[in-house]
Ligand binder design. Structure first.
Ligand code: FAD
Length: 399
């Protein structure tokens, strides 16, 4: 039987899980906290994996918290422990070595994993990028100066291509959609990114799918759906992610597009449980739509929100986010906030910025619904603040 002192258990100790623990402690929560992660070692931050970690042999991804910080946090960190099941009635987790861990409040923060390119499954030299070990494998493969093909024209694909070019490698991006960043950004922004790739000699092939590969064991070339044979010594696949929920298969929770939770991030069908970060499929109170975001900042915002709910069970306002995300490509910082499915997008070059500085503002009717900046952080911040204010005001009125 779980008692009031049964620990808060957080499954996943990456940016979202770690942030839950930090936010609990900073709000004075003094009960036991257990933080579980299947990876060994000190939890680290992922964004550097496609950037500095790939281009510099001395760079490791930053630790989310150093030794001193971890000790001060006073959590029971179970690194190298994989959770394989959850019993919602007994309220315990099961680990791969058969241990049962009772939970009081539970936070699910198991993130997402790269979607596989099945036609390439049998080949060596085909990589995915989510963990430090995977980044190290790509970095060491870069050392033999391979011809690189990046499959997928999203943010991570663009960053890997940019890192490979920084090392002087021959790089092609293959994207199945008609343009880069199809799911994520308006076409004007995608065009700007494509232009940057062109200026840095990255070949971009859009509208072509990878249907197979050539090679005996190691990949030698990709087969595209128009019959093109594209030489490749190293392939990095970045075609989106799926939420990590297989460990919840027998728990009776809804997990088809992520762990389903309400607009307060509370998990459907499990009392006193929240889902945060890339794994959470939450109802956006503003639109009524179910969303799953894969942004570092949203993961942290959700973690703080869930920690608040644990500390103070009084209802909060629904979770809201301006959806901030950034990406670094070819020495340019791209930042986006708000929505991307605008009716019109205007482009301007901020005064006093560098020559690669651009601001794209996304409108729906007369409303500004989002913006994307290229090396224009101040302009982006201003719009980000305005969007946050507008959303709060709208919410106050609605209440
Ligand atoms: C290479 C790369 C670059 C990125 N760059 C940017 C960027 O520039 N800007 C940006 O906004 N976002 C970026 N992101 C996205 C951002 O890092 C993610 O949104 C963020 O990591 C999500 O955090 P999370 O804690 O929800 O999940 P994750 O970081 O995926 O962490 C989930 C954790 O759960 C653990 N876990 C999973 N299953 C189990 C289990 N069964 N038992 C125990 N532990 C488990 C995993 O080991 C992992 O540590 C990048 C992501 C990657 C991979």
């Amino acid at each position: 039987m779980n008692s009031a002192n049964t620990p808060v258990v957080v499954v996943g100790a990456s940016v979202a899980g770690m942030r839950v623990a930090q936010a609990l402690r900073s709000r004075g929560y003094d009960r036991p906290v257990v933080l579980i992660d299947r990876e060994n070692g000190t939890p680290y931050d992922k964004p550097a994996l496609s950037k500095a970690v790939l281009t510099s042999p001395e760079t490791n991804p930053p630790a989310l918290l150093d030794e001193v910080g971890l000790r001060a946090l006073d959590v029971d960190l179970r690194a190298g422990t994989t959770v394989t099941g959850l019993d919602p009635t007994a309220r315990h987790l099961v680990t791969s070595d058969g241990e049962r861990i009772a939970f009081g409040p539970l936070v699910i923060a198991t993130g997402s994993a790269p979607r596989r390119a099945r036609p390439l499954d049998r080949f060596g030299g085909v990589h995915y990028l989510r963990t430090w070990a995977e980044a190290e494998a790509i970095r060491s493969a870069f050392a033999s100066r391979p011809r690189v093909v990046v499959v997928g024209g999203g943010f991570i694909g663009g960053e890997v291509a940019s890192s490979a070019r920084q090392l002087g490698l021959d790089v092609t991006i293959v994207e199945a959609g008609p343009r880069l960043l199809g799911r994520l950004m308006p076409s004007e922004v995608a065009k700007q990114v494509a232009q940057m790739h062109g200026e840095h000699s990255v070949r971009v092939v859009c509208g072509r799918s990878v249907v197979g590969g050539y090679g005996t064991t190691e990949i030698e070339a990709l087969e595209l759906d128009d019959g093109t044979r594209l030489p490749a010594d190293l392939v990095i696949v970045g075609i989106g992610t799926t939420p990590v929920t297989t460990w919840l298969e027998d728990a009776g929770l809804s997990t088809t597009e992520g762990v389903r939770c309400d607009s307060e991030l509370a998990v459907h069908g499990l009392r006193s449980a929240w889902a945060v970060g890339d794994v959470a499929a939450w109802t956006d109170a503003a639109t009524g739509r179910v969303r799953r975001t894969e942004h570092w900042t949203t993961a942290r915002e959700q973690a703080s929100y869930a920690a608040n709910a644990i500390v103070d069970p009084a209802p909060q306002r629904p979770f809201r986010t301006t959806g901030y995300v950034w990406s670094d490509q070819h020495g340019v910082r791209i930042q986006h906030v708000g929505e991307a499915d605008a009716t019109t997008t205007t482009r301007s070059q901020p005064a006093g910025g560098d020559e690669r500085g651009w601001l794209f503002v996304h409108h729906r009717g007369d409303d500004v619904v989002g913006a994307t900046a290229f090396n224009a952080p101040r302009e982006l911040l201003e719009i980000r603040r305005r969007l946050a204010d507008t959303r709060n005001e709208a919410q106050e009125v609605a209440q």
